[in-house]
Design a protein around this ligand. Structure first.
Ligand SMILES: NC(=O)c1ccc[n+]([C@@H]2O[C@H](COP(=O)([O-])OP(=O)(O)OC[C@H]3O[C@@H](n4cnc5c(N)ncnc54)[C@H](O)[C@@H]3O)[C@@H](O)[C@H]2O)c1
Length: 253
């Protein structure tokens, strides 16, 4: 596996979960990866474990200063930047009537504006590299709504529309921009969602997932699609969003 040899990448939110698996897959493909995460210790540990010159960077995507510094650190260390994966994201499961203004805004700030901040900061370096790519982490929740998930669904829908807009704008700069839409993936986020969803669903969470998508997705399932979109094999693909959901969104029943 050498599909990303020499690529220089940043993955946000890569201290654990899907982001960690993406960083590992990029390294396996030959890339050097900067792991930018609000969990500074987790980012440092992941970078040390992955090796291959990986860099752990403390970075809160709510801060333009943090994001700008992260891009500068990665670009300086690696000598340029070919790939940005906007993976950092959070969820909240609450009915609309109970959600506070602050909670709703926090979801948008991290999931949507964080994606915008990293994109804005990274574009000059990505354009200079030539043939660069951005992959944004959307979700099946960006293609349809769901109870308790209004803020999360709104944020992931916005990520898809942002992806399309940026793809067209950045095409002349040789930067492809795509999104990935995972179904339910076995991470801490899915663990947090199980209780609230089970409380309103007619069947246990595990059975619901088996019914809807066959099994839980794995972080590796998602990482493989990100690696494809980052690679030259996807050179004519931009402005797309890829379902990685075991058929969840393809099924009427
Ligand atoms: N797990 C799922 O079922 C699922 C499904 C579809 C999409 N996603 C998306 O995949 C991405 C990763 O989710 P996950 O399941 O690995 O979640 P997770 O909670 O296991 O990990 C999220 C990571 O993001 C980091 N993070 C959180 N806030 C941050 C901030 N402000 N700045 C920088 N880093 C921050 C965390 O420290 C953590 O390392 C998210 O965008 C999520 O919305 C997850």
């Amino acid at each position: 596996m050498n599909d990303l040899a020499g690529r220089r990448a940043i993955v946000s939110g890569a201290a654990r979960g899907i982001g960690r698996a993406i960083a590992a897959r990029l390294v396996a493909g030959g890339a050097r990866v900067a792991i930018a995460d609000v969990d500074a210790d987790g980012a440092a540990t992941a970078a040390a474990e992955l090796g291959n010159g990986c860099l752990g960077i403390a970075c809160d995507v709510r801060s333009m200063a943090d994001v700008t510094a992260a891009v500068a650190a990665a670009t300086d260390t690696f000598g340029g930047l070919d790939l940005l994966v906007n993976n950092a994201g959070i969820e909240i499961a609450k009915p609309v009537v109970d959600l506070t203004d602050t909670e709703f805004t926090r979801i948008l700030d991290i999931n949507v504006v964080g994606t915008f901040r990293f994109t804005k900061a990274a574009v000059p370096a990505l354009a200079a590299a030539g043939g660069a790519a951005i992959v944004n982490m959307a979700s099946v929740a960006g293609t349809a709504g769901g109870p308790l998930l209004s803020s999360y669904c709104a944020s992931k829908g916005a990520v898809i529309r942002f992806t399309e807009s940026a793809a067209i704008e950045l095409r002349p700069a040789g930067i492809r921009v795509n999104a990935v839409c995972p179904g339910i993936v076995a991470t801490e986020m899915a663990d947090r969602l199980a209780g609230p969803i089970e409380a309103i669903a007619p069947i246990p969470f595990d059975e619901l997932i088996a019914l809807k998508q066959g099994r839980f997705g794995t972080p590796t399932d998602v990482a493989e699609t990100v690696a494809f979109l980052a690679s030259d094999d996807a050179h004519f693909i931009t402005g797309s969003h890829y379902m990685v959901d075991g058929g969840l969104t393809a099924n009427l029943f």
